[in-house]
Design a protein around this ligand. Structure first.
Ligand code: HEM
Length: 436
């Protein structure tokens, strides 16, 4: 039987297709287009995407990953020349080998050993802020998550080199903006944005190489497990360096955005903020949050989950078919690129009551919604390797901040975003600090 092709979404213009509508209001456009079927076709100059809005199809795409679906060209191009030897873009046997080498650094025990360092770094950062000071919230959260990641999980001394990490992340974000003019050019024609990305990543590689020369502690962390795999001849020295670079690029801005949006949402809903502070005072009091006094503090967990629902730092996941496939009753060609946008699923009225409302309490009740109505960390087998670390980091860092400061975020409403690899705010978010 012939399965029909996926229908095109509305608002398509001759030649430029859906690009103008997407450029105008990317997130609202995707939400609207998703209403037109479980798989709809989006046309961009030189490129075609299939937008998926059925959680069952997401499950199939993730589950059959590697065999029938792989990293999409769009994602591979964003990292091209840089991370070919890193877990985030490798495919097949190389991906399995790299992912396996990293696994011991992300066990529960290894991640929980980072808890004290997470709290310590967070308190130290809050102490750099003076009462009444106005801070650039996103930048401060980036510095915080970078210090946490470098000092705990990666065990690398990057003090003084923070700007190299921020510059490479900014360049990656700029390069992955599908609306930029150069995005439609062939890969062999590098644009100034591409050159900036390569230059900043080379700088970051040198920073990591220098940091690796300084001896550090023992115990299982990303640095020691990668170096052990190198000694066992399972990884080359470039793979060690490139995977540390990849962890820095994947693991700082994502967590920083979650903390930024968490504070933004708490500022919008003072009642939620007050009950969070009260719960903190009950559980932790004047001490520090730690694994022992923290587990009952469900309010923090709910705020984190709800923030990742409304503003998922990775707002879209891409995959590409390696063969012709039938999904949602539609025949799709080999090489089809799929968008599985967390943003759309996390705000779908079929799965969420009042989807645009910030209601951390909704997480107090179990719900029978489908598994992929909510997937801020992607899906197995290629889900976020840092998810366990990120969840602990977000809970502990948010709690440690709530115990010490109040951040009042001011932003010209409504908040808008840039549709790059991560969900960046389109405007600077500044926050006024009040020490408690
Ligand atoms: C709130 C924080 C975070 C979010 C929302 C997030 C989200 C994600 C998502 C959705 C993916 C899957 C991408 C795909 O399927 O194409 C992913 C992959 C990945 N993440 Fe995270 N992440 C976060 C924090 C971190 C941290 C802290 C680290 C490192 C310590 C990290 C390292 C990685 C790596 C290396 C991959 C690629 C894994 C692979 O391809 O096997 N992430 N992340």
């Amino acid at each position: 039987m012939n399965d029909p092709a996926a229908p095109a979404a509305p608002n398509r213009l001759p030649v430029v297709g859906h690009a103008p509508a997407f450029a105008r209001e990317p997130f609202a456009a995707l939400e609207r287009w998703a209403e037109h079927g479980s798989v709809v076709r989006l046309e961009f100059p030189g490129e075609r995407f299939y937008l998926v809005s059925d959680p069952e199809i997401v499950a199939t795409v993730f589950r059959d990953g590697e065999r029938r679906f792989t990293i999409a060209d769009q994602q591979r191009r964003a990292f091209a020349d840089v991370e070919d030897r890193a877990v985030s873009t490798a495919v097949g046997d190389r991906w399995r080998r790299l992912r396996g080498a990293l696994r011991p650094a992300f066990t529960r025990e290894a991640v929980e050993r980072c808890a004290e360092g997470i709290v310590e770094r967070t308190i130290a950062r809050t102490e750099t802020w003076t009462d009444g000071e106005e801070i650039d919230l996103h930048r401060e959260m980036r510095l915080l998550t970078l210090e946490i990641l470098a000092e705990t999980l990666l065990d690398l001394d990057l003090r003084g080199d923070e700007d190299a990490v921020l510059a490479a992340t900014d360049a990656l974000v700029a390069r992955s903006d599908p609306r930029r003019l150069g995005a439609a050019l062939p890969e062999w024609m590098p644009t100034p944005t591409d050159r900036r990305f390569r230059r900043t990543v080379r700088d970051l590689e040198s920073v990591v190489e220098r940091a690796l020369e300084t001896p550090r502690g023992e115990g299982e962390n990303a640095r020691t497990v990668l170096l052990e795999a190198h000694e066992a001849s399972e990884l080359t020295d470039r793979e060690v360096r490139d995977n540390l670079v990849a962890l820095l690029l994947a693991g700082t801005d994502t967590s920083a955005l979650a903390l930024t949006y968490g504070w933004y949402l708490l500022s919008q809903r003072p009642a939620v903020r007050r009950s969070l502070v009260a719960a903190y005072d009950d559980h932790v009091g004047s001490g520090r949050p730690a694994l022992g006094n923290f587990d009952g503090l469900e309010e923090v967990e709910h705020v984190v989950r709800e923030t990742l629902r409304l503003y998922p730092p990775t707002w879209n996941t891409m995959r590409q078919s390696t063969e012709s496939v039938v999904l949602g009753g539609h025949r799709l060609p080999e090489g089809a690129q799929f968008m599985l946008p967390q943003w759309v699923f996390h705000r779908d009225e079929r799965f969420w009551e009042a989807p645009t409302a910030f209601r951390p309490a909704r997480w107090a009740d179990e719900s029978d919604r489908p598994e992929y109505a909510y997937f801020p960390f992607g899906g197995r087998p290629r889900h976020c390797v840092g998810a366990r670390f990120a969840r602990l980091e977000l809970r502990l860092a948010l709690a440690a901040m709530v115990g010490r400061v109040d951040l009042d975020v001011s932003v010209p409403e409504p908040l808008s975003f840039v549709p790059t690899l991560s969900l960046r705010p389109a405007v600077e978010l500044s926050a006024t600090v009040r020490h408690r």
